[in-house]
Design a binder for this molecule. Structure first.
Ligand code: GUN
Length: 283
């Protein structure tokens, strides 16, 4: 048996259409500013994709590109001016930042009401207090994908492999808020396969290509692959692989592909968050 494929694009389309409809009911076109520092090729491509998608659904998406050598003070000054600009509803600072800039200082500086990444400590706290306003895009996109495909969360055993601030931790809060029984495993977990085999819902977010092998998966489980790992392929061309080994499709009941699974959900959720931020600001 092969696992049901949980494709991202059809679910993302539903989320985008809802965001577009809500945007059209607002008094002004929602506006998202994406700040990028430096020229990391993956970041350049992600940021361009986010801004293009914003335009497609009727939002204003602007990229504010700064040179690699930008000082922390100069970046904070840019954020301050975006915070004060009433025409800007959402601010996203693309991570990772160059090593000379303290990520936390930057994330703390963004107005929590414009924090479409949901990384500001106020939004992190509200999420863990089960009163979320703006929630991180990848975890929120995964929750939407599960709902779209009718996969039950309440009462199930969910195991997340990975404890990052971008995915593992906020996803644990969202799943807990949705009444799952949640375990967060990570690189120091003893006996990882016996932990993952308990999962009805297994989320691989460790950034480790092929980490999850068939014997680590309970037969029939839903497996969500958050890994985006670029590995060298034939003919010197790199390609994308997830954290889940392809053979898992023979054991899992449902599985997200890489690419074309979680990735499109992240972008759609960012735009949904931008519309949400605009709605909150117009209140
Ligand atoms: N880099 C990789 N993923 C993300 C994300 O969700 N938000 C930001 N700001 N940067 C990222």
């Amino acid at each position: 048996m092969t696992a049901r494929v949980l494709a991202g694009p059809p679910a993302a389309e539903v989320l985008l259409q809802d965001a577009a409809a809500r945007a059209s009911r607002l008094p002004a076109q929602p506006s998202l500013v994406i700040v990028r520092v430096g020229d990391d090729p993956a970041s350049v491509s992600y940021v361009r994709g986010k801004a293009r998608k914003a335009g497609e659904v009727g939002l204003r998406g602007t990229v504010h590109a700064l040179p690699e050598a930008t000082s922390q003070a100069d970046l904070l000054a840019v954020i301050d001016s975006l915070n004060r600009d009433d025409d800007v509803n959402g601010i996203l600072v693309q991570l990772p930042l160059p090593a000379h800039i303290a990520e936390m200082a930057v994330l703390h500086a963004i107005d929590p009401r414009k924090d479409v990444d949901g990384f500001h400590p106020l939004n992190v706290g509200e999420l863990w207090a089960a009163r979320p306003a703006l929630t991180p895009c990848t975890p929120a996109g995964i929750m939407f994908l599960l709902k779209h495909y009718g996969i039950a969360v309440a009462g199930v055993r969910a195991v997340i492999v990975g404890r990052s601030h971008l995915v593992g931790r906020p996803l644990a809060a969202l799943l807990l808020n949705a009444d799952a029984t949640v375990t967060v495993a990570h690189s120091r977990t003893h006996g990882l396969p016996s932990v993952t085999r308990e999962a009805d819902l297994l989320i691989a977010a460790a950034g480790c290509p092929g980490l999850i092998t068939p014997e680590m998966v309970k037969p029939g489980a839903t497996v969500i692959d958050v890994g985006i790992n670029r590995v060298p392929g034939a003919g010197g061309r790199s390609h994308l692989v997830g954290d889940v080994h392809p053979d898992v499709s023979g054991v899992a009941g449902a599985l997200t592909p890489v690419p074309g699974g979680v990735g499109p959900m992240t972008v759609a959720q960012l735009l949904a968050n931008t519309v949400r931020a605009a709605e909150l600001q117009h209140h």
